[in-house]
Design a protein around this ligand. Structure first.
Ligand code: APR
Length: 396
């Protein structure tokens, strides 16, 4: 193994977390290197989230990273809830703080962030997997990486940013007992679908149905995201095209509210609603960001937005410390992020309980479904509840 070079900040992972952090560090004049185990084509084509909160758009705009999303993104400010007793809509852009979402497919944002990082002269290495992190307690950290030609190299860094997702090596580099790991399995799974079809309605629609939740979310003029609640362990391939559309029409109550615009299913996968939070999200010279710091269920589309929030706070702390500051800002990274992470977790958890009720006719199931109905009615009828919802739905 040849010992290679050193950098101020080594970023592991080129998802939204790593790429936003890298761009913000470059803008602040901080030397950094990003290593990503997948190819450039792979990360630029990976379809994931798409709802960007107002704060996220502000951060990206301030740092010159938002040209694409301002040009091609769609502003979104209405969501609808369909239940047995009808549909109600919340025009959340006129509620709460008056903030709206920008819908911009995550792979397009990733493509923009990669292009910008490279245009600014950034060092971004695809097909380069981080294998091991050492020296987190010492004067400098080192990361062993496998390069595209299969050899191993050692990269030294003053700080390491673990932006490598929930299954990356950063989490496991933290010694047992140094952080607490809180987790919750919500016991709900969604079949997540991308359909080659324009959106069927202007609103994001959440259908609460005794046969399971169904959701409709715009992505781009040609592609729409749909969700169908399914049993855990479902094989996505077992859902045929016809069964998917029949079930979507049934649960979205198309007979009452109008048909959906059908199209080929481009992608299908099962997502289990799970959440976890690490506390603290820092150990020695390692800072965890995005899914590496905590996983949030997709029920309120908070994942990418939390990653941007954390990247912004970390970039400020690192720039301050590496620019000769006393390090207090950097030392507060975890304490500054965690209250916001828990707020987002609380709202996502509340959304899960809003959208899913237990099946069955035993007393407890009936009781919980009555609570769910009361929750939905409160949201339908109370302006104060709607303001609170809007503030949390778009905000962090
Ligand atoms: N070495 C290098 N790269 C790695 C390694 C490794 N050992 N392990 C994982 N990676 C890369 C993955 O290939 C991936 O590109 O880290 C990246 C992590 O990216 P994401 O999974 O997108 O995670 P993050 O950036 O935290 O995402 C933020 O956006 O869509 C949402 O679900 C996503 O909530 C998450 C948010």
């Amino acid at each position: 193994m040849t010992s290679q070079q050193s950098t101020a900040v080594l970023i592991i992972g080129a998802g939204p977390a790593g790429l936003v952090l890298g761009n913000l560090l470059l803008a602040a004049g901080v030397d950094c290197t990003v290593v990503e185990r997948q190819s450039r084509a792979h990360v630029e084509q990976r379809a994931r989230a798409g709802f960007l909160a107002a704060h996220t758009v502000r951060v990206l705009t301030e740092h010159g990273l938002a040209d694409g999303l301002h040009m091609y993104g769609q502003q979104h400010d209405i969501c609808a809830f369909r239940t047995d007793s009808g549909e109600f809509q919340l025009a959340y852009g006129a509620l709460g703080r008056g903030e709206v979402h920008t819908v911009y497919p995550q792979q397009d944002l990733v493509r923009d962030l990669v292009a910008e990082f490279l245009a600014r002269g950034g060092d971004l290495r695809f097909d380069t997997a981080a294998l091991r992190i050492d020296g987190l307690d010492g004067d400098s950290a080192s990361v062993t990486v496998r390069t595209p030609d299969g050899s191993e190299r050692l990269l030294h860094a003053r700080y390491v940013a673990g932006c490598d997702g929930q299954h990356g090596i950063s989490r496991s580099a933290v010694p047992a007992g140094a952080v607490r790991h809180y987790r919750r399995d919500h016991g709900v799974s969604w079949l997540a679908l991308l359909a080659a079809a324009p959106q069927s309605m202007a609103a994001v629609a959440y259908a609460v149905h005794q046969d399971g939740f169904a959701g409709h979310m715009a992505r781009s003029p040609e592609v729409t995201r749909y969700y169908l609640q399914c049993d855990a362990g479902t094989d996505p391939g077992s859902w045929t095209h016809d069964r998917i559309w029949a079930e979507l029409h049934h649960r979205m109550r198309a007979d009452r509210h109008g048909p959906l615009r059908e199209g080929g299913i481009l992608e299908r996968r099962v997502v289990d609603m799970r959440s976890d939070v690490l506390d603290p999200i820092q150990y020695g010279r390692l800072f965890l960001v995005g899914d590496a710091a905590g996983l949030i269920s997709p029920s309120a589309a908070k994942g990418a937005n939390l990653a941007v929030m954390e990247s912004e706070i970390l970039a400020r702390g690192l720039a301050d410390r590496l620019g000769g500051g006393d390090g207090q800002l950097l030392a507060r990274y975890s304490a500054d992020c965690l209250p916001r992470i828990w707020r987002a977790q609380e709202f996502s958890h509340w959304m899960i309980n809003l959208l899913h009720g237990p099946s069955g006719d035993d007393d407890e199931a009936v009781f919980l479904r009555a609570l769910q109905r009361a929750r939905l009615e409160s949201l339908r009828d109370s302006r104060r509840h709607q303001d609170h919802f809007a503030e949390n739905y778009v905000g962090i």
